[in-house]
Design a protein around this ligand. Structure first.
Ligand code: FE
Ligand code: FE
Length: 162
């Protein structure tokens, strides 16, 4: 597809973000399994449930556009998640690995925070008020997840000091 107007760009970014969220639903169980800390594992599992709701919100927006909810491969999320999965493959469970998993997850959250902020801005310009609400709800959840991970890291990072 060609991107000529803001409407096209909005649709393009919507598809990219849908794919990013779908990639995340596949990665979060692996991150949860690799986490040594019970609290971190629970946080990853909880974010999986939240991510499924976020996908449902995106699907609603596709519906309002009369388009199928078809993702477009998101290389950004792929790269971010690959950094996490390499750590999981190469390292044994430890407080240091947990700290690294939090760092990797926060990089993915920041990508999503940027993506939803951008989408909400476009939706507002395009007068799509319902989409703005849906996107801002998810944006707030992503920020909340990021803060929660920071809080968990503040304990786990200290445990990882040798
Ligand atoms: Fe998300
Ligand atoms: Fe997220």
């Amino acid at each position: 597809m060609s991107i000529e107007k803001l409407q096209d760009l909005f649709y393009h970014d919507l598809r990219d973000t849908l794919d990013a969220e779908r990639q995340l639903t596949k990665a979060l169980p692996k991150l949860a399994k690799a986490a040594e800390s019970e609290e971190l594992r629970a946080a990853f599992e909880e974010h999986l449930a939240v991510t499924e709701e976020q996908i449902a919100r995106l699907e609603k927006i596709f519906q309002s556009l009369d388009k199928a909810a078809r993702g477009k491969h998101c290389p950004g999320m792929e790269g971010l998640l690959q950094e996490g999965s390499e750590l999981v493959k190469e390292e044994e469970p430890s407080a240091a690995l947990d700290a690294a998993l939090i760092g990797a997850a926060q990089k993915a959250e920041h990508y999503e925070i940027a993506a939803y902020g951008t989408l909400a801005t476009y939706a507002r310009i395009l007068g799509m008020e319902e989409a703005v609400d849906l996107l801002e709800t998810t944006l707030a959840e992503e920020k909340e997840t990021d803060e929660k991970l920071t809080a968990i890291a503040s304990e786990l990072n200290l445990q990882a000091v040798g």
